[in-house]
Design a protein around this ligand. Structure first.
Ligand SMILES: [Zn+2]
Length: 483
């Protein structure tokens, strides 16, 4: 697939998956609702096509059309190519089973699943009811019902949608099925994280393993990046501590799914010894009853994992070019300086009252005379502050009512290394500010953060004393904005 096509395909897929995932649910871990056995429906009771039949001594829920595949049965009351979805499931399930349990020989008695592709929510609820599952249509839910995987009934219930959406959601739900086969229970952070991560590998490749991928998902990345700037402390203990309902609560706007996706991406793809290569040990731990947070602590270096996870999410913060044009190449942002002006990349968030940190990793360009720094208070007509690292000094320059004024100059130590170092600006809630370069911190008494209001951003510029004005490529990496 060409990269353009792949991009288009991925974009479409993400859209469809996201549309459903944040509202997807599984029912098998809903312990707060009593399980009841299904009553046989009265003839003519239901307007949907779902009905019960006796087959080989068992009650089966049927819809109007059925196709029996190798590993799954597909049943629908819609005009869809049931064979296509059965074939897809028959291709995906063996790959999932092999990845989840590579040591296990293919099991001829492995569970067989039924995929219900329904024309309406009413039909989905009827399939659920006839299968003896507790009802999903009760008042006060914290998120909308969109079907899902039912481990007890070994079924996936989904509302029929366009093909790309259906393929993505089947890959998602079948991942839940394979996870349940391996671990024997649900563990949202792992379960949902993997069900969001693995479809990329399952649908876009036909071989290899997810650990060889570099999965990307714009919606998950954006959600994580935005969350880093929110007041909620993003910690593994918080994520792992969410219960079934809190994880899916619409008020989280998909953050449970997005940050679990990011965590699984790290655990699956990382080559760092404390982080990557432990999935089988983690599955064993979870299968033995380990809680997700404790299993992470036992099988990985939890502190290192948490640090990397936050770094990853910080790298997905939402940035936009304010002055000059910037190119986003993954975690790197590059811009081309031609004239004398500054190029500014802005965190799409206003200067918060509660204090914040803004930072990036600097790569010294081969061209001499390039400065770097921060701009705080980008707002029409407001005060603006520029914090500049240039010519061996740290300068705070304030623009009050259109007048630029140098407030502070701090000489930097001669031995201070800038290249490949994290450079950050920290503003405390009481207005105090400091700049950190590598492990060195410098107070900024000349900047009173209370005086400025507006957006804040990172800046690169040609120093006024630069000897030549040659075209310069400037790169910064992993910019972050944290509250
Ligand atoms: Zn799910």
């Amino acid at each position: 697939m060409t990269s353009v096509l792949r991009g288009l395909f991925t974009a479409g897929l993400i859209l469809f998956v996201w549309a459903g995932i944040s509202r997807f649910e599984r029912r098998s871990d809903r312990t707060d609702i009593p399980r009841t056995s299904a009553a046989l429906p009265e003839p003519g009771h239901s307007k949907s096509a779902a009905h019960l039949v006796e087959r080989d001594g068992r009650r089966e829920v049927l819809l109007t059309t059925e196709f029996r595949g190798l590993c799954v049965d597909v049943r629908t009351d819609c005009e869809v190519d049931v064979r296509e979805y059965a074939d897809l499931a028959d291709r995906l399930l063996p790959r999932l089973r092999e990845w989840f349990a590579p040591e296990r020989a293919p099991d001829p008695l492995a569970p067989r699943y039924t995929l219900f592709l329904c024309s309406s929510v009413e039909c989905m609820l009827e399939v659920e009811r006839l299968s003896g599952e507790p009802p999903s249509d009760f008042p006060g839910r914290s998120f909308a019902f969109r079907g899902g995987f039912y481990s007890r009934s070994r079924m996936v219930v989904a509302e029929n949608r366009p093909t790309a959406w259906m393929r993505a959601s089947l890959a998602h739900e079948l991942t839940h099925a394979a996870f349940f086969e391996r671990v024997g229970r649900n563990a949202d952070v792992f379960d949902e994280g993997l069900a969001c991560l693995l479809p990329d590998w399952l649908l876009e490749t036909t071989s290899g393993a997810p650990q060889d991928q570099d999965a990307s998902d714009e919606r998950f990345e954006t959600r994580c990046g935005t969350a880093v700037g929110e007041a909620r402390p993003l910690r593994l203990a918080w994520l792992c501590g969410l219960d079934y309902w809190a994880f899916r609560d619409e008020q989280l706007d998909g953050l449970g799914f997005a940050s679990s996706w990011a965590l699984m991406k790290l655990l699956v793809e990382s080559r760092e010894p404390g982080i990557g290569g432990h999935m089988q040990a983690l599955f064993d731990d979870l299968a033995a009853g380990g809680k997700p947070l404790e299993a992470l602590g036992r099988q990985c270096d939890r502190a290192q994992l948490e640090r990397r996870w936050l770094e990853c999410m910080r790298g997905w913060s939402v940035w936009e070019a304010a002055w000059g044009s910037w190119r986003d190449t993954g975690n790197e942002w590059t811009t081309t300086l031609e004239g004398w002006g500054s190029h500014v990349l802005v965190a799409r968030s206003r200067v918060p009252d509660k204090g914040f940190e803004l930072g990036f990793t600097w790569h010294t360009p081969p061209t001499e005379g390039i400065g770097l720094g921060f701009v705080v208070g980008l707002r029409k007509g407001g005060n603006l502050c520029s914090i500049e690292v240039r010519e061996g000094a740290l300068r705070v320059i304030l623009c009050r009512d259109g007048e630029w004024q140098l407030e502070q100059v701090t000489r930097l130590p001669d031995e201070l290394v800038l290249d490949c170092q994290p450079v950050s600006l920290r503003c405390e809630p009481d207005g105090r500010a400091s700049v950190r370069i590598g492990s060195e911190a410098f107070a900024l008494p000349g900047l009173d953060a209370d005086e400025v209001d507006g957006d804040c951003g990172l800046a690169v510029f040609r120093q006024p004393t630069a000897p030549r004005r040659v075209v310069a490529e400037v790169e910064i990496s992993s910019p972050w904005f944290e509250q």
